[in-house]
Design a protein around this ligand. Structure first.
Ligand SMILES: [Zn+2]
Length: 499
């Protein structure tokens, strides 16, 4: 090869490298902030002291949802309903109140213009039980509603009594101020979210459908204001859950000849089923850094350290690396793909008997780009064993539709977050657990799952766990946010959104 040819090739490669580096740097520098300049809107005359007292009292009712023993706590539910009536006289005077199925409250605040599609707010006042044996681990007793160290402590402080009490405080405040909505408002306080919502939210949804009520959007519990979500990211981010994952449990079962464990066969039921489970765990369904997940990252990219910013703004080159990284962390992995978790394994009755049957249950949380039937097909093809039967258990649910993040209700919520939380960007995201909103896709397209609760990484274990608590300052922010949201969505026949 001649010298000049080598030089030509070298300079070509060099040029290509410079070009690629140029594109990477250009795209990295191109990402910029979208934080609009929104004026903060606060209310000095909110009675935070009184609000904290009412929340504290509300936490003392043992409105516990348990799968079998729910009747045990029924008197507590009745007392709670009376407590709401007594504590919010303005609401009781102004709203129409309907009790659905004995315990769910459905309030209606008639708007000035009946022809406008209605607004709806929803939450739940039932709570999960405190795991027996962990009562003494709590810093303050779980049903005492203790106010201490700047927090209100108790089961339900996060999920979801602070949510419904901040709605109630916001509405009571607006009534006292002489506020009149233009759009009709529904407020549902549900009683069985923690066990699936079939008797509360489902019945409310059926009722609204039956009455052909036009609901423009539904606000429900959901994602928080997340602090310290990623290393190097200094400010919090508010996430609005616009979708929920689907759900399916698959039962695997295998039968073989049993026998004495002194002469074990080459293949046993336990062995074959274990191999199948290992195959499923080691080969999860594909993860994709596309669509909603990309949108979630979009507003935080500008504030990330350079290396992340570079990777995230050059997905054409680093997409695969990003998917791998996200796949390692449990909560980002859950947003990336359909997750696989073996939850039950049963086989054997005696130490020296080879079991004839082995059975396992694998629980999948389905990503919006997959479906129940795709998961089942995936299970069959991954285990590659005709001896193992595959059965779908009851309760399977497809992933929810994805609500728009450019709709007017979404934008009004975003605007209200900016008004109430300074310097906090907003992103649409997928809610990884389930809410009562699952019963409402036929009622409205705009399902907005958001609670303005500040959540640090260490708070994750408090939800449904020990030492559940809400910051008093944060509770004040929640009330402020809902006042702003109600005004921005119902104060005018047009939604108030950022410029
Ligand atoms: Zn909840």
């Amino acid at each position: 090869m001649s010298k000049s040819l080598i030089l030509k090739i070298l300079s070509g490669v060099l040029l290509l490298l410079v070009l690629i580096t140029g594109i990477i740097v250009f795209r990295t520098l191109q990402v910029s902030h979208e934080m609009p300049d929104v004026e903060q809107v606060r209310y000095d005359d909110i009675d935070v002291h009184g609000a904290v007292k009412r929340l504290s009292q509300g936490l003392q009712f043992r409105t516990i949802s348990t799968q079998e023993l729910s009747f045990l706590y029924r008197p507590e539910f009745d007392f709670f309903l009376d407590f709401v009536v007594d504590s919010y006289p303005g609401i009781h005077r102004t709203f129409k109140r309907e009790i659905v199925n004995g315990y769910t409250i459905l309030y209606k605040w008639e708007g000035r213009y009946a022809e406008l599609p209605a607004a709806m707010f929803q939450g739940h006042y039932d709570v999960v039980p405190v795991e027996p044996g962990t009562e003494d681990d709590w810093t303050y007793p779980p049903f005492a509603g203790t106010v201490a160290e700047g927090f209100v402590w108790g089961r339900g402080a996060i999920d979801d009594k602070s949510g419904i009490f901040s709605y109630l405080e916001a509405f009571e405040y607006l009534i006292e101020q002489g506020y009149e909505p233009e759009r009709t408002i529904y407020l549902a306080l549900n009683h069985d979210e923690e066990i699936g919502g079939r008797n509360g939210a489902r019945k409310v949804a059926d009722l609204l459908l039956e009455r052909e009520i036009d609901i423009d959007f539904l606000v429900d519990e959901g994602m928080p204001v997340v602090e310290e979500i990623l290393e190097g990211l200094e400010h919090p981010i508010a996430m609005i859950g616009v979708a929920e994952k689907g759900y399916v449990s698959v039962e695997l079962e295998i039968h073989k000849e049993g026998g004495h464990s002194s002469m074990p066969p080459r293949e046993s039921t336990i062995g074959s089923l274990s191999i199948a489970i290992i195959n499923l765990k080691e080969n999860p369904m594909a993860g994709r850094f596309v669509g909603l997940l990309r949108e979630t990252f979009h507003p935080i990219v500008p504030d990330l350290p350079f290396i992340y910013r570079m990777a995230l703004s050059n997905l054409w080159l680093f997409g695969g690396i990003i998917e791998d990284r996200l796949g390692y962390i449990p909560h980002t992995n859950a947003a990336l793909r359909t997750t696989t978790s073996p939850t039950m394994f049963n086989a054997g009755i005696k130490e020296n008997v080879i079991p004839q049957t082995a059975r396992a249950v694998i629980n999948f949380r389905i990503h919006p780009s997959d479906s129940v039937s795709e998961v089942v097909e995936f299970v069959r093809s991954t285990i590659e064993n005709d001896q193992i039967s595959v059965r779908v258990l009851e309760g399977a649910r497809e992933p929810s539709p994805i609500s728009s993040s450019t709709s007017e209700p979404y934008l009004a919520m975003k605007h209200s977050i900016h008004q109430s939380f300074e310097g906090v960007p907003v992103a649409p995201a997928m809610f990884l657990a389930a809410t009562d909103a699952r019963h409402f896709p036929e009622v409205t397209d705009n399902l907005l799952r958001f609670r303005p609760i500040r959540a640090r990484p260490e708070d994750r274990g408090r939800i449904h766990g020990t030492d559940e608590r809400i910051g008093i300052d944060n509770f004040g922010e929640m009330i402020t946010f809902y006042i702003n949201l109600i005004k921005n969505t119902t104060g005018n026949s047009d939604y108030v959104i950022s410029e």
